[in-house]
Design a protein around this ligand. Structure first.
Ligand code: NAG
Length: 437
């Protein structure tokens, strides 16, 4: 896929549904349960429902039975309880359970032909809720356009609205702080490049580009989240954010591959198989980014959410495995070279560096994928931001490690080795061979 097409896809997907105020269209739907959105309320939360173009089709329902059709809020624990109640035949409709908070049932419509209504529901019980629509009349089909906005009121008298879930409300500040840190990193790196300009390779400029893209990416994410926090919609910052995410994703994975191959500081060219890895990783990153946009914008109850989530996970796993190959190849080559060309110490230094890099890449991947996900699952909805901070800290550590270990060196290691070190290194390599390490 060419780059303009990708941007077009990213752009149009972002325009579809931007922000935390959601617009959903329901057309002739007879599902018993339609989940909408999840939100963490403080004790000053509010839910705003605006329903338009409402029409009920099917055999004309008795107005009194319409109490079995409507919106409710429900926590995860309460939902498990409701399912249990339904299984035990205590109730036959989720709206009949006392564990859910009824927001609006259709028997409250002024008359059956009403086609629109607005409703404001104050939520004083702080918790994480899902907004759900239930339709327990088997033959009734519902069509409607729903605008749902969930927010918390903050401040004393000003009653400002905060459209970010309680666990995410500090995110704009978090992202902004991290973007500052990366900005400083970029400045430090430029300084290093200038001071060591005689030993700078092309890869070092590439690393600078990755750090700058990461800075811009975080800055846009901070701005995006802060707009959503204040207004409930993203005002186009999400588009910039997705564009920088996309560029950052591609450059970061390429950088890991290029460093893994030793390109530009060990050798000036790429082998065919190394190029193939890049040719696999880059298009997969394009797919991963499109999947990410769809996942973010449709919310967990969108029709294709699960499919895209699976696509994203699969592609991500493949990318993560693919970037490890070049490092393994380099380690193998360096061991061969150490045995044959008689410069054991120099090669051992490089070998150690590449082995460390291999382990750090694995730790980075494992931490940002598995540990962050686990944290997200186990932390309370109020502290959702902690898993994001953990992930960003791991990423930061990875960037700093990579920069530190592969920075331009003023001293050529070839001249810095004396005979003792050479002997010791040769000895170690021999030992390693014996134990097949
Ligand atoms: C939606 O409903 C709320 C609550 O009744 C109302 O204050 C608001 O103006 C409505 N918004 C729109 C866009 O109709």
């Amino acid at each position: 896929m060419s780059l303009p097409v990708v941007f077009l896809v990213l752009f149009s997907a972002a325009l579809l549904a931007a922000g935390e105020i959601r617009y959903s269209e329901i057309r002739s739907d007879d599902r018993t349960i339609i989940p909408f959105d999840e939100f963490g309320f403080t004790h000053r939360g509010q839910l705003e429902l605006n329903v338009t173009q409402l029409s009920l089709s099917g055999p004309a329902p008795d107005p009194s039975t319409l109490s079995k059709v409507g919106f409710f809020l429900c926590t995860r624990d309460a939902w498990i309880h409701v399912l249990q109640q339904i299984e035990d035949s205590e109730i036959n409709c989720a709206l009949g359970s006392d564990a859910v908070q009824k927001v609006f049932t259709f028997d409250r419509l002024p008359n059956p032909t009403t086609s629109e209504f607005n409703f404001l529901y104050p939520e004083t019980d702080a918790n994480q809720y899902t907004l759900v629509f239930a339709n327990c009349l088997p033959q009734l089909k519902v069509s409607m356009n729903v605008r749902s906005a969930m927010y918390n009121l903050e401040g004393g008298k000003s009653n400002r609205r905060d459209y970010l879930s309680i666990g995410k409300t500090v995110l704009p500040r978090v992202y902004f702080l991290f973007s500052l840190v990366y900005f400083i990193l970029a400045a430090v790196w430029i300084n290093i490049l200038y001071k060591k300009r005689l030993t700078v390779f092309r890869i070092h400029f590439f690393m600078l580009a990755v750090v700058l893209l990461k800075t811009l990416n975080l800055l846009c994410e901070a701005e995006d989240k802060s707009y959503i926090k204040r207004t409930g919609s993203a005002h186009g910052w999400d588009v910039l954010f997705y564009i920088f995410s996309f560029l950052k994703g591609i450059t970061l994975f390429s950088l890991i591959v290029l460093i893994g191959t030793g390109w530009s500081f060990l050798k000036p060219y790429l082998q065919d198989k190394e190029k193939k890895v890049l040719m696999i990783v880059i298009p997969l990153q394009v797919v991963a980014n499109i999947a990410q946009v769809v996942i973010d914008e449709t919310g967990p109850y969108g029709q294709d959410w699960v499919t895209w989530k699976q696509v994203f996970l699969l592609v991500d796993v493949v990318c993560c495995c693919a970037v490890l190959f070049p490092i393994v190849w380099s380690i193998k080559n360096l061991r061969e070279a150490a045995r044959t060309d008689g410069k054991a110490a120099v090669n051992l230094m490089k070998l150690t560096l590449f082995r460390q890099y291999y382990i750090v890449v694995i730790c980075y991947i494992y931490f940002t994928r598995v540990v962050v996900y686990a944290l997200e699952t186990i932390t309370s909805y109020k502290y959702l931001w902690t898993s994001i901070v953990a992930g960003e800290l791991a990423t930061l550590a990875f960037y700093v490690f990579t920069g530190y270990k592969f920075k331009p060196e003023a001293h050529n290691p070839y001249f810095a080795v004396d005979d003792d070190e050479e002997e010791a290194a040769a000895e170690q390599l021999k030992l390693e061979d014996e134990f097949e390490l």
